[in-house]
Design a binder for this molecule. Sequence first.
Ligand SMILES: [Zn+2]
Length: 188
Amino acid sequence: MAVLPRHNSVLAADSSAQEHRLRLYHTHTGERIDIVYRRGDQYLPEAEAQLDHFLRDHRTGEVKHYDPHVFDILSDLAAAVGHPNGEIDIICGYRTPWSNEFLRARSSGVAKNSQHMQAHAIDIRIPGVDTLKLRNAALALGRGGVGYYPRSAFVHVDTGRVRTWCYGGCSTKAMPVSASEQTRSSEE
Ligand SMILES: [Zn+2]
């Protein structure tokens, strides 16, 4: 009987040491990062700072501290689509209000109060993974907003309330089961 607690404590030790890693490529800056940002339940402040800088507003260079739960969404998404620790393309990270207005003036797919301005949102694609598959995996996580941009081939994820929308090139097969879940508004 003494074996069981010992076994459990070993499992607990393993779990507390589990490393969560992200490999990212930023499509606008051309930068890459490969980083362990969390060990067990602990987010690593130095790694967070590097990721905050990596995800800076690429138009203005301004940095804002990210909600690290977005990093978990990215890590879990890569695993969910069969690319654990695979490289993720970043289309957009943090946006200053200036940058958001700049985009809003050019696209109806950008929200006035975008989660990007809170550093709660990231737009991504995973090379070799169909955009719809990635979007469905993000919906299945059920952890926040999921925007589907089939024409631009990216998915928006954020840690805001759970909601979903589609912008640009949306077909009926891509629509959520429940119409009430769906907004076609510009929430990006
Ligand atoms: Zn977005």
